[in-house]
Design a protein around this ligand. Structure first.
Ligand code: BMA
Length: 814
C-alpha cells in the first residue's frame, strides 16, 4: 500500500471572484479567511453578521501533489474523502472523480484513470449550502418545517452538523471544509476498509471474533494476513474476491482483564493489529460485557446500564462540537475537555444529535478515561425527510459510523436522534399532520436500527432521546416510569429549582440552567463599553429566547440583586451551580429508580451565555467545581421533606465496594455559632442511598432563616462538605463577612489561604486572566476553619502574579 496524504496547505479560492487564500487542511474556510486577516474574528462583538456572505458563495479548495510512477502500476488507486463538509464536486487534473453530499460518510473514489506520474492538481468545489437546502426542500413537494434555532432554513435536508446553522447556544457559521482523511492510496493486494470485533463473555473467558473487511477491484488468490490481539497472533494467507471480502478469525482470551467505566475499575485496553498485503490497521479494544437493563418493575421499566454485570449510575453531561470553526479544534482541546469531565467524576457523555459523530481522538480518550458514550445519530429537533434518496444516504452514513465506532468500549448505546419525536408538537405542519411525520421517523429509525443490528449485533439501539423505549416508539416521551426524559420544567418551563425534587425520572438525559460566562470570557468578545448584561453585545451572545431575562428573574427569587456587572456574571454562575446541584442530588438519591443524570451541557462552541459548565476558553464555571463535588462517589445530602422544616439526611454512594465513613451534622447560626452537632459512623455496603437519620424538626428554631446546616463526610478519599439553608438565600440572615486571603508559593503548588470572621457562602476564587483550575471553589467558609486551596495553572505563573489577579466573591458582601 502506498499512501499520499493530502493534508497540508491548500489554496482556498472564492469561486465568484477567484481570490486566493492559503488554507490549512484539516480545516475550514472561515478559519482560513480569519487566519489570513481577510475577515474579523467571527466570535467578537456582533461580527457573526458581517461574515454571513461567506455561506452564499461557492468555495474551492485546490492543491497540487506529486504522484510517483509506482502508484499507477497498482490495480487499485483511490481517493478517500472523510468528513468533507458538505456538498462538493471533486476533480483531479480537470476530470470529475466524485461528489460528496454527506459529511458523516466516508467516500472512496477510484482515481486510477485520472492520475498521472508527476504533478497532479485536485480541486474540490464546496457548493453554497442554503441554496442546496432550499432546492432539496422544494423538491420534497410539501412544506417541511425546520428548527427555529437555525438561521438557515431547511438544514434538515443537508447532512451537515445541524448546529452550524445556529442553535440556542450557537453561532451560525455555515463553514465549508475538510476535517477527516483526505488521501490517495494505491495497492494491488486489497485494502482494509474496516476491522471490527464481536466479544462473547463467559466466566473466566472471552471469545473475540475479528472481521476484516477488505476490498479489491480484482480477484486475488493469495494475500498474507496477520492479526495480533494482546499476545496472540494468527497468520495465514487469504484470497480476496473482486469487491468486498469479509475475513473472520477468532481469538480466545482466558481470564480477560476487563474494561471498566471511570470510578468502577481500570480501563484496560488490548492492542489489535491487522496486516493485509502490506497495509496495517491498529486499534485498541476493551473487553466488557454491556447490557441495558429494562426490566418491568413496580413503577414501569428500568433504564440502566450494566457493565460486566455491575449496575452503573450514568453521571455526566451532554457534549456538543468543540468549536463552530472546525479549523480551531486540536487534539489538546479534546484531551483537556475530557480530562475536565473525568476530573468531575463523570462516567458518561452524550454526544448530542445536532452535532457530529466525533473524531477518533474523542472516542480513544473516552476509552482511556472510562467515559461511556451515549451516541446519538445526527438528527435533532425537527422532522427529517424519509425519501428513498435520503434514507439510502443515511443508511451509508449509519453503517459507516457503526463500523467505525462500535469497537470502542466506551460506546454505551446508539440513539436515533435528539428530540425529533418531541418536535412534532412544535410546528404547525407536524401538529396538523402528525401521522405523516411519524411515518417518516419510523422509516428513518428502521434504517438506523438495522445498521446497528447488522454491524453491532451486541450494540443497543435506543429510538431517540427522550423516548419511552423501543416498545413504544411513538408514545409521547417524557414518561417518568420508563425510558429517558429531558427535564426542562426548570429553565424553559419557568418552574423553580424545587421542581427538580418532584421529578422522578428513570434516566434524565438532559436538564440544565444557564449562566453568563466569566469576565475573562466576556473580555474576549465584548469591548469595554459593552460590559453590561443588557448591552447589545451581551444580548447578541445569548441565543436562548428570554435567556438573560430568565437569569435575572431567577436572581430575584433566590438572591439579592447583584450590584455590579461582574457580580451579576458571578451570581449567575452560583445560581446555575445551585440549580444543577439540586437536580443531581435528587436524581442520584432516587437510585435505583433513576440510573442516569446527564446535565445540559458540558462545553461551549463559541464564547456565549449558555448552560455549559466549561466556558469556550476552557475555564471552569462554578458549576463544574460543584459537579466535582455532587458527582463524587459518596456524597452527603439533605433531602427536604416539608420544605423548609424537616428532612432526611442521606448518603448517596456509587462506590462498588463497602465504605466506612463518618458524617458530622452541624447546625450553625449566621454568626458562626454551632448550635448542634452530632456525628454518625456509617458503613455503606454498596451503591445506593442510605438514610442516616431525620433532621429533627425540634432542632430547628422558630425562624429557620437564622440557621444553616453543614454536612461533613470524612473517611473516604476526601472530605466532602455540603451546605444547606432552610429559606431562599436572600431571606436568610447571612451577614457581611470579611474574607481574608493570602497567596503562598509552596514546593508543589501555589496555594490560597482563606479565613473569615463570620460564615461566608459560595466563596469563589477567580484568577482573572490566568488560565488554571483551583483545587476547590464555590464553597462555605466558616470562622475558625480556614481553607487552603491549591491553584493549578495551565502555564507558568507565581504567587505574586496570582495574588494580584485573584478576586474573591461570596454571598455576604452586602
Ligand atoms: C435541548 C437540546 C438542545 C438545546 C437545549 C437547550 O433539549 O436537545 O436542542 O440546545 O435543550 O435548549
Amino acid at each position: 500500500m502506498i499512501e499520499i496524504d493530502l493534508h497540508g496547505i491548500w489554496q482556498l479560492i472564492r469561486a465568484d471572484t477567484g481570490e486566493i487564500t492559503a488554507a490549512k487542511v484539516p480545516g475550514d474556510n472561515y478559519s482560513a479567511l480569519y487566519a489570513a486577516g481577510k475577515i474579523e474574528d467571527p466570535y467578537y462583538g456582533t461580527n457573526e453578521e458581517a461574515v454571513q456572505w461567506i455561506r452564499e458563495v461557492d468555495w474551492i479548495f485546490r492543491r497540487e501533489f506529486e504522484v510517483p510512477g509506482t502508484v499507477l502500476s497498482h490495480t487499485s488507486v483511490v481517493l478517500t474523502c472523510e468528513s468533507f463538509d458538505t456538498i462538493t464536486g471533486i476533480t483531479i487534473n480537470g476530470c470529475p472523480v466524485g461528489r460528496t453530499e454527506n459529511m458523516f460518510r466516508r467516500y472512496i473514489f477510484d482515481v486510477k484513470g485520472v492520475l498521472k506520474a508527476g504533478t497532479n492538481t485536485i480541486e474540490i468545489r464546496f457548493f453554497s449550502v442554503p441554496g442546496f437546502a432550499r432546492e432539496r426542500s422544494a423538491s420534497f413537494g410539501r412544506p417541511f418545517p425546520s428548527t427555529k434555532n437555525s438561521k438557515v432554513p431547511h438544514i434538515n435536508f443537508v447532512r451537515k452538523i445541524q448546529c452550524h446553522a445556529g442553535w440556542d447556544w450557537g453561532i451560525c457559521l455555515l463553514v465549508s471544509g475538510i476535517y477527516g482523511e483526505c488521501s490517495i492510496r494505491a495497492t494491488s493486494a486489497g485494502r482494509i476498509d474496516y476491522v471490527t470485533t464481536v466479544q462473547h463473555h463467559e466466566p473466566g473467558h472471552c471469545r473475540i471474533a475479528v472481521t476484516v473487511e477488505a476490498y479489491s477491484p480484482v480477484r486475488i488468490k493469495k494475500v498474507p494476513l496477520e492479526i495480533i490481539l494482546g499476545g496472540a497472533r494468527i497468520e495465514r494467507e487469504v484470497s480476496l474476491g473482486a469487491g468486498i471480502t469479509n475475513v473472520r478469525e477468532e481469538f480466545h482470551i482466558r481470564d480477560p482483564i476487563l474494561w471498566w467505566p471511570h470510578g468502577e475499575g481500570a480501563q484496560h485496553l488490548y492492542g489489535l493489529t491487522v496486516s493485509l498485503g502490506g497495509q496495517r490497521v491498529g486499534k485498541r479494544i476493551g473487553l466488557r460485557k454491556l447490557e441495558l437493563i429494562r426490566e418491568a418493575d413496580g413503577t414501569g421499566r428500568s433504564m440502566m446500564a450494566r457493565i460486566n454485570g455491575r449496575n452503573i449510575f450514568c453521571k455526566g453531561a451532554n457534549w456538543i462540537p468543540v468549536d463552530a470553526m472546525p479549523g480551531r479544534i486540536t487534539e489538546n482541546r479534546y484531551e483537556y475537555l475530557l480530562g475536565c469531565a473525568a476530573a468531575a467524576h463523570m462516567n458518561t457523555l452524550r454526544v448530542w444529535g445536532g452535532g457530529q459523530y466525533e473524531s477518533d481522538i474523542f472516542y480513544r480518550l473516552c476509552d482511556e478515561k472510562g467515559i461511556l458514550v451515549w451516541q446519538d445519530f445526527m438528527f435533532a429537533c425537527m422532522p427529517y425527510p424519509a425519501t428513498g434518496e435520503f434514507l439510502a444516504d443515511v443508511g451509508e452514513e449509519a453503517v459507516h459510523q457503526v463500523k467505525r465506532l462500535k469497537d470502542h468500549p466506551s460506546i454505551l448505546l446508539w440513539c436515533g436522534n435528539n428530540e425529533v419525536l418531541e418536535s412534532f408538537q412544535w410546528y404547525e405542519e407536524t401538529k396538523r399532520n402528525t401521522k405523516f411525520y411519524q411515518d417518516q421517523l419510523l422509516k428513518l429509525n428502521k434504517v438506523l436500527e438495522k445498521a446497528v443490528a447488522v454491524f453491532d449485533p451486541d450494540g443497543i439501539f435506543w429510538p431517540g432521546s427522550p423516548s419511552n423505549g423501543p416498545e413504544h416508539p411513538l408514545d409521547p416521551p417524557q414518561d417518568q416510569t420508563t425510558g429517558d426524559i429531558h427535564f426542562w420544567n426548570v429553565w424553559h418551563g419557568g418552574e423553580p429549582f424545587e421542581s427538580y425534587a418532584e421529578a422522578k425520572p428513570r434516566f434524565c438525559s438532559e436538564f440544565g440552567f444557564q449562566s453568563f460566562p466569566s469576565i475573562d470570557c466576556v473580555k474576549s468578545f465584548a469591548p469595554e463599553d459593552q460590559r453590561d448584561i443588557l448591552s447589545p453585545v451581551l444580548t447578541f451572545h445569548q441565543r436562548s429566547p428570554r435567556g438573560n431575562d430568565i437569569i435575572r428573574e431567577t436572581f430575584d427569587i433566590y438572591f439579592k440583586p447583584p450590584r455590579t456587572f461582574e457580580r451579576a456574571l458571578w451570581l449567575s454562575q452560583v445560581q446555575q451551580a445551585v440549580a444543577v446541584k439540586t437536580a443531581v442530588e435528587s436524581f442520584r438519591s432516587l437510585r435505583p429508580h433513576c440510573m442516569g443524570a446527564l446535565y445540559w451541557q458540558l462545553n461551549d462552541i463559541w464564547p456565549v451565555s449558555s448552560w455549559s459548565s466549561l466556558e469556550y476558553n476552557g475555564k471552569w464555571k462554578l458549576l463544574h467545581y460543584m459537579a466535582r463535588r455532587f458527582f463524587a462517589p459518596v456524597v452527603p445530602v439533605f433531602a427536604a421533606r416539608h420544605i423548609p422544616d424537616a428532612g432526611e439526611l442521606l448518603i448517596l454512594s456509587d462506590c462498588p465496594f463497602p465504605v466506612s465513613m463518618s458524617l458530622t451534622v452541624s447546625l450553625y447560626d449566621f454568626s458562626g455559632k454551632c448550635l448542634h452537632e452530632e456525628t454518625h459512623d456509617i458503613t455503606i455496603e454498596g451503591p445506593g442511598t442510605e438514610s442516616v437519620t431525620d433532621l429533627d424538626a425540634r432542632l430547628l428554631p422558630d425562624k429557620p432563616e437564622n440557621i444553616f446546616l453543614v454536612l461533613t463526610l470524612t473517611g473516604g478519599e476526601k472530605t466532602i462538605e455540603n451546605t444547606f439553608m432552610f429559606r431562599p438565600f436572600k431571606d436568610c440572615s447571612i451577614r457581611k463577612a470579611a474574607v481574608d486571603f493570602s497567596v503562598v508559593e509552596e514546593k508543589e503548588a501555589i496555594v490560597v489561604d482563606l479565613s473569615t470572621d463570620v460564615p461566608a457562602f459560595f466563596v469563589s476564587l477567580d484568577a482573572e486572566g490566568i488560565p488554571g483550575v483551583f483545587g476547590d471553589n464555590c464553597f462555605t467558609l466558616l470562622p475558625g476553619r480556614g481553607k487552603r486551596i491549591a491553584f493549578h495553572p495551565a502555564g507558568k505563573t507565581n504567587a505574586g502574579i496570582l495574588g494580584k489577579a485573584l478576586r474573591v466573591e461570596h454571598l455576604g458582601t452586602d
